[in-house]
Design a protein around this ligand. Structure first.
Ligand SMILES: NC(=O)c1ccc[n+]([C@@H]2O[C@H](COP(=O)([O-])OP(=O)(O)OC[C@H]3O[C@@H](n4cnc5c(N)ncnc54)[C@H](O)[C@@H]3O)[C@@H](O)[C@H]2O)c1
Length: 314
């Protein structure tokens, strides 16, 4: 079946899936957006509510569909599954969400889906690896939102601290989308001015301040969940950005969760390192320079994820 580049589906229309639909609708990237949820009434209600905003957005169709509607989608976004409750880590979700993934994937592959599968459900790195293994799709077509969200959090907080537009901040969070993620300070810059030099110019923050920002990024989800029960707007914007790179074939660099195939001496897992994302999904995965501390933190993050993958029998 011909892939329709302007058609996408979202599986799982809870807080995250519905917010993704809302952000995608406002970008005007697609002409068809299919909403699928095991609670069909929920998907239908979201489709109605979103569609009522269309006269003030771009022309498109948003409807509650079935897996039959995914066959010609250029992208399927997986946002189904349990989310963290206060005090839970992302890795605590693994049993429940791999079981859901195992039910959903045959529904897609059974219809000959050949597009890009973007995993958002947590723990995103482990589920991305499982989705790649179980779907049989090429590695470049199965990836996770990874630390695209965490990187936005870092850019925002650094921008606030430095009193500069967060879009001028070039810095990334890599590794697990979770407790073992790391901030790459060694190549961070503000519109090409080395971060350390820029901090000197602004008189803040010092190393301790940067560490505090890193911890705030890492622990953001816990803080938001403690206050309002779930996180969804930030991830919705991150997914819309990934979708834009694909539909517009931008070849932008994003820290999506990808299958490692020898980068940093690692393989057999997915985690976030910078990748070039375009029409075909992940087109290359880059082994960017890291300082020794960052490299060790990345290896530690990988070791933790590998242990989880092994224990889960994936
Ligand atoms: N990657 C990220 O950065 C990020 C950020 C926030 C949340 N998340 C994750 O996104 C996922 C969804 O979170 P949420 O807050 O929307 O949860 P939610 O409980 O609000 O929604 C989950 C939805 O999935 C549906 N669902 C469950 N099993 C299904 C199945 N087999 N087929 C189809 N639909 C099914 C449910 O009916 C529900 O509507 C969680 O795993 C959460 O941890 C990821």
């Amino acid at each position: 079946m011909m892939i329709d580049v302007r058609k996408a589906a979202i599986i799982g229309c809870g807080f995250v899936g519905a917010s993704i639909a809302f952000s995608l609708m406002q970008r005007g990237l697609y002409s068809e957006l299919v909403l699928i949820d095991s609670d069909r009434e929920k998907a239908a209600g979201e489709a109605m509510d979103l569609s009522h905003g269309l006269p003030y957005a771009a022309s498109m169709q948003i409807y509650a569909g079935t897996y039959d509607d995914t066959a010609d989608c250029s992208m399927v976004i997986l946002a189904a599954g349990a989310s963290q409750k206060p005090g839970e880590t992302r890795l605590d979700l693994i049993g429940r969400n791999t079981a859901i993934l195992r039910r959903i994937l045959p529904e897609l592959t059974g219809r000959g889906f050949q597009g890009i599968l973007l995993v958002v459900s947590n723990p995103v790195d482990v589920l991305t690896y499982a989705a790649w293994r179980l779907s049989g799709l090429p590695a470049g077509q199965v990836f996770g939102s990874g630390t695209v969200l965490d990187t936005a959090r870092l850019k925002y907080l650094l921008g606030q601290e430095l009193g500069v537009d967060s879009r001028n901040v070039h810095a990334a969070i890599l590794g697990e989308h979770g407790d073992s993620e790391l901030a790459v300070w060694s190549s961070a810059n503000i519109s090409s001015i080395d971060l350390d030099r820029f901090c000197q110019l602004r008189g803040r923050p010092d190393r301790a301040g940067l560490d505090r920002i890193y911890r705030e990024v890492r622990d953001s989800a816990y803080e938001i969940i403690r206050r309002k029960g779930a996180t969804y707007y930030g991830i919705a914007m991150a997914v819309a950005r990934i979708a834009e790179c694909i539909v517009r074939d931008e070849r932008a660099m994003l820290p999506v969760s990808v299958l490692l195939q020898g980068q940093y001496g690692l393989d057999g897992l997915c985690l976030s390192i910078p990748a070039i994302v375009g029409r075909n999904g992940v087109e290359s995965v880059l082994e960017i320079p890291l300082d020794p501390g960052e490299r060790q933190a990345l290896l530690d993050s990988a070791a933790r994820l590998k242990a989880v993958i092994r224990d889960a029998g994936l």
